[in-house]
Design a protein around this ligand. Structure first.
Ligand SMILES: [Zn+2]
Length: 359
């Protein structure tokens, strides 16, 4: 609560959802009937509209091209235009989480196919891309450059990538070649050496923003809403304290956060039995929506939240650093591993009480 006085300025942030349909989850789980399962996009879209509308939150929607072939799914996706601010972005055609194993042609088709479908079905040009499974080979960036994209959002710089991948591999029923391909999910071990804040990348003379999915500064554990709801299914108190700490650390370290949602964040156990295997899906619907509402409200109070394209524009204009947040975003350097940044980060965080890092 800020009281009657002028509210404190909030750093720039962004919010997105990977609008993955049920078939994508069931295929990833190795279910042979994934193509025939029902869609939940209309239910999720309704709840997204209601929940985000409550806090006047904008949203970037990463759309899978395959869903744009179905009329009722197009209507569900289109309904998100009613949000206070929205952006439709590209999440590939078939949501195959192994783009790093694809040849040039396949990568081109996955990206351009969805780019065209978004234009045809939703009447807008996508300017951002996120690779399924956070897979981001150079060829992806080359195609994004040709399409004049403003940002890529396929990096997830978490220290838990090897753990998340191991859990995925243990649960999935994928076999043979597909199982081999899935071994680099979540960007491989190198992913956590990437910066935890937006940075510039240049490929074939085209410069674009790389906007990572923000993780906890320093310890690099995930903080996006799906991880939060998973933690909340174990302990709500611990999950809330964890998220408060994460937001505080983002502010202290000048990390402009970009957080993401997934459809299961808006679904409870009574909504979909087929999704029961997914982390956090044992929680009843009302409980889930309540905890997600709490987190979104905290996000909207802590940061000046934009769509991802909105955040990119703010970053280019340098406005993201005008809110009392240290200017650590180097808009001219293409070196994502600049040691200065990490040193600066460590300096800033040495003043944080140890207890805030213990979760
Ligand atoms: Zn996805």
């Amino acid at each position: 609560m800020n009281g009657p006085n002028k509210p404190a300025p909030r750093p720039i942030a962004s919010l997105s959802i990977d609008f993955d349909n049920k078939w994508a989850y069931l295929r990833a789980a190795g279910r042979s009937d994934w193509e025939s399962v029902t869609s939940y996009l209309n239910i999720v879209a309704e709840r997204v509209l209601e929940t985000l509308g409550q806090f006047n939150l904008p949203l970037t929607v990463f759309v899978v091209g395959r869903d744009l072939k179905n009329e009722s799914d197009v209507r569900a996706i289109e309904s998100l235009k009613q949000l206070p601010a929205h952006e439709f972005a590209n999440h590939s055609m078939n949501h195959l989480p192994w783009m790093h194993t694809m040849d040039q042609r396949e990568i081109f088709d996955e990206i351009v196919g969805t780019h065209d479908a978004i234009e045809m079905s939703l009447g807008c040009q996508a300017k951002g891309f996120r690779g399924p499974g956070f897979s981001c080979p150079d060829e992806v960036l080359r195609v994004l450059g040709k399409l004049n994209y403003v940002y890529d959002a396929s990096i997830f710089p978490t220290s838990l990538a090897p753990v998340a991948r191991a859990v995925f591999m243990a649960r999935t029923k994928l076999k043979g070649e597909q199982k081999e391909k899935a071994k680099k999910l979540y960007g491989g071990f190198a992913a956590m050496r990437n910066p935890n804040r937006p940075f510039r990348r240049t490929v074939d003379n085209h410069s674009l923003w790389e906007i990572p999915v923000t993780v906890m500064p320093l310890v690099r554990t995930p903080i996006h809403f799906s991880y939060f709801t998973f933690l909340a299914s174990v302990s709500k108190l611990a999950a809330k304290s964890y998220l408060r700490t994460a937001f505080r650390l983002c502010r202290i370290t000048g990390t402009a956060p970009s957080l993401l949602l997934h459809p299961p964040d808006f679904l409870g156990r009574e909504d979909d039995q087929q999704m029961a295997y997914f982390p956090g899906m044992k929680m009843p619907r009302q409980e889930k929506l309540e905890i997600v509402r709490w987190a979104l409200q905290l996000y909207s109070q802590s940061f000046d939240v934009h769509t991802m394209i909105g955040q990119s524009h703010k970053l280019l204009g340098g406005q993201a650093t005008n809110n009392g947040v240290p200017n650590t975003i180097n808009t001219t350097s293409d070196d994502p591993t600049s040691p200065d940044r990490e040193n600066h980060l460590v300096q800033l965080t040495t003043t944080i009480p140890r207890s805030t890092l213990s979760l």
